[in-house]
Design a protein around this ligand. Structure first.
Ligand SMILES: N[C@@H](CCC[C@H](N)C(=O)O)C(=O)O
Length: 281
């Protein structure tokens, strides 16, 4: 099986080119590919399949030729992956699939169709406006942290740390607790603290994330959008530019009246062949 490996600010993916949708991708195979010791290693799998050839995306086929079939590293499916769309788009452009320079490349996801614009260094995705819809709490290290529930196509809980809690010192080797009644399908939990002013932006936030299905990752694009939306709301702003620093680098979130743009680097680092029979079962 051929694969490509790529990442966006350290959120890394195994990319499988399967335009006809012939590959029998199972939760076990996705988890085995993502295994960092016995497989290739990744926070998730991005299967590149024509929308018309996948039952979850056929309804989008008139609007988007390509479907990002996204799997978390534990083998579960997710509706959206912001960094995934950016890396997926980098892969498509590497094989000559480019969108229109004006309107970009439409990409179907389980949360609907988004569009990506390829710049010289960065790839930006029009993610749609995040919906901040409730309050809740996360528990971690004996702390109870209030947070905002945000829908970015996938679920997020954005928790601001009290000033005496150090973001870098949080122990994210274990999953934070959350309200299963509010998030029956699980949630990605972002922990945030304000950063120093950054030129060209309205706000600057530092973030770490514990992702549903993938544990702590170096970056989460949809999480950055959720964080940007909450940061602007808390600053009394409807629109603006937020620099979101994650352990893997910087993402820029731009929210206007109608949508949210997520921008940052997206890199392909390797191509190869994996022996499926040698993967862990
Ligand atoms: N890292 C992603 C989000 C991936 C999906 C997430 N773990 C979920 O289950 O919702 C991103 O960049 O958005």
């Amino acid at each position: 099986m051929q694969f490509t490996k790529g990442h966006g600010t350290g959120n890394d993916f195994v990319i499988l080119d399967d335009p006809e949708g012939r590959l029998r991708l199972t939760p076990e195979l996705a988890a085995a590919l993502c295994d960092r010791r016995r497989g290739i290693g990744g926070d998730g799998v991005l299967r590149v399949v024509r929308a018309a050839n996948h039952p979850a995306a056929a309804r989008y086929a008139d609007r988007a030729e390509w479907f990002m079939d996204y799997w978390n590293s534990d083998g579960s499916l997710a509706e959206m992956c912001g960094n995934g769309v950016r890396v997926f788009t980098r892969y498509l452009s590497s094989i000559g699939v480019t969108g229109s320079p004006d309107t970009g490349l439409p990409v179907a996801t389980r949360a609907g169709v988004v569009r990506a614009l390829v710049g010289p260094d960065e790839i930006a995705v029009d993610m749609g406006r995040p919906r901040v819809y409730d309050t809740s709490t996360a528990t971690l290290d004996g702390l109870v942290l209030p947070g905002a529930a945000v829908d970015c196509g996938n679920p997020h809980l954005v928790c601001a740390l009290p000033p005496d809690v150090d973001l870098a010192a949080l122990d994210l080797t274990r999953a934070p607790g959350f309200d299963r009644a509010l998030f029956p399908a699980g949630v990605n939990v972002e922990f945030v603290t304000p950063g120093e002013p950054v030129a060209g932006t309205d706000l600057h936030t530092l973030m770490r994330v514990y992702e549903r299905g993938s544990a702590e990752t170096l970056s989460c694009g949809s999480g950055a959008c959720a964080v940007g939306a909450v940061a602007l709301r808390d600053a009394g702003l409807d629109t603006g530019v937020v620099a979101v620093d994650v352990p893997g680098g910087r993402l820029t979130v731009t929210i206007d009246e109608s949508t949210c743009w997520l921008a940052g680097p997206a890199v392909l680092v390797a191509h190869g062949e994996v022996d499926e029979d040698a993967l862990p079962r």
